[in-house]
Design a protein around this ligand. Structure first.
Ligand code: SF4
Ligand code: SF4
Length: 410
């Protein structure tokens, strides 16, 4: 494990890729930060993963179920009794009534570990006035808990340049209040992080997303898990690891101006933290995309929403580079997987990715809901078509067409 310690906070990092390595890595990181955890085993602990939309985690968009499983198992083994998984997906998903928890199988993880599960978009809220001008309702579950664990991804972002711990915090604003945050996103990301701070950050840096993130970029292998006690320090360090400069990231520039970070920290990070994997940055947003976020045109956007909510219209908007996401209303009917091969030789890839810990021999055989949560991770990563999906992939068809080859190649 590597530790980076600075005056304003610290970041620790382990390498991990397979399920076993993830469990070992998460345990080692939590052991290293154990003094920050509550002494009261009945404390209300909220885990806030980045579940931005319905793209499977292996695209780099959302938090990997293996990371969630490892964290919940460690916390439960340590005796913590009151655990809740909570997030509110992006405004497009929310407005369409799409259940991201179900599509990403986070609901099955919550059931498996007996934890709470809260959609922050629909939670009660407290209004918070941010210095940047937005006044979103912040979900009560986040404000009222005793200990907050933020679980971000490592993505490039077409509006914010970079998405990690600080950007993950936009998800604690309720429902359509996120829209107001997006009208001056850099300033609002900085401002919300000044007001509400996570107690601990666990970065899922296994698979990141580069290029046109957060919803339409390419997955890349970073193969790391990091832990930090400060969202500000965390984002300066992780940005460095993927070759992004503070000066390129608007919310970090605001944090620098406000004194939440300083040049000494940036210099210390640049001289001690290696660039692990330089990423391809997000391309500039099209003029039409920028126009679509204009506060002045909000009335027009609302007026044409019945039209723009249609999948066919969204596909055109996607081709014109106005939106990144095309959502399908068709749910999947996946009931698990079947493995059509007896002997795979030395390959163990599917088992390495199975969040429930099935072995190669058990995958496609143990199909009861206790054993298999139908996440399809094994199918996504199998390089040899030896696994078949049982049931209709529904909304996933588009993801499969876009990402299957990329994921097999990670
Ligand atoms: S067997 Fe495959 S579909 Fe089932 S839980 Fe494991 S990875 Fe997911
Ligand atoms: S990933 Fe595919 S080829 Fe590899 S062990 Fe699993 S089923 Fe066999």
């Amino acid at each position: 494990m590597k530790h980076y310690r600075f005056e304003r906070g610290s970041v620790s990092m382990v390498s991990a890729w397979t399920r076993d390595e993830i469990h070992e890595g998460v345990a080692a990181l939590l052991d290293a930060y154990i003094e920050r955890l509550p002494t009261d085993k009945d404390a209300r602990i909220v885990l806030k993963p980045n579940l931005n939309n319905d793209l499977v985690a292996l695209t780099g968009n959302s938090v990997d179920l293996r990371v969630l499983a490892a964290t919940l198992e460690w916390l439960q083994a340590a005796g913590y009794t009151d655990l809740t998984i909570a997030d509110g997906s992006n405004v497009g998903i929310e407005r369409r009534g799409i259940d991201t928890f179900a599509r990403l199988r986070v609901d099955k993880m919550a059931e498996r570990y007996g934890t709470g599960l809260v959609n922050l978009n629909r939670d009660d809220g407290y209004q918070v006035v941010l210095t940047a001008g937005a006044h979103p309702q912040i979900a009560r579950t986040v404000i009222d808990c005793d200990f907050l664990i933020s679980i971000p991804k490592v993505k490039t972002h077409c509006e914010a340049t970079f998405s990690c711990a600080m950007k993950n915090w936009v998800g604690i604003a309720r429902g359509q209040d996120k829209r107001h945050m997006h009208m001056d996103l850099g300033r609002n990301i900085f401002a919300i992080n000044e007001v509400i701070r996570p107690d601990l950050i666990l970065v899922d840096g296994l698979i990141g997303m580069e290029g046109n993130g957060p919803g339409d970029g390419e997955p890349y292998r970073l193969g790391r898990l990091m832990m930090s006690d400060s969202a500000f320090v965390n984002d300066v360090v992780i940005a460095r690891m993927i070759g992004l400069k503070v000066a390129e990231i608007p919310y970090l520039v605001y944090a620098l101006e406000a004194g939440d970070i300083d040049q000494d920290l940036i210099d210390a990070v640049n001289s001690t933290v290696e660039i692990i994997r330089p990423v391809k940055k997000a391309p500039p947003r099209s003029k039409l995309a920028e126009l679509s976020d204009s506060r002045k045109l909000l009335w027009l956007k609302k007026a044409v929403r019945p039209l723009t909510s249609q999948e066919s219209v969204l596909k055109v908007a996607y081709k014109l580079n106005i939106v990144q996401d095309v959502y399908s209303y068709e749910e999947d009917g996946v009931e698990g997987v079947r493995r059509g091969r007896e002997d795979c030789g030395p390959c163990t890839t599917c088992a390495d990715f199975c969040p429930t810990g099935l072995s190669v021999e058990e995958i496609g055989v143990k199909t009861d809901p206790e054993s298999c949560i139908s996440c399809m991770y094994c199918w996504w990563v199998c390089p040899d078509d030896a696994i078949q999906i049982a049931g209709n992939p529904g909304y996933m068809e588009r993801q499969i067409e876009r990402y299957k080859k990329d994921i097999e190649g990670l």
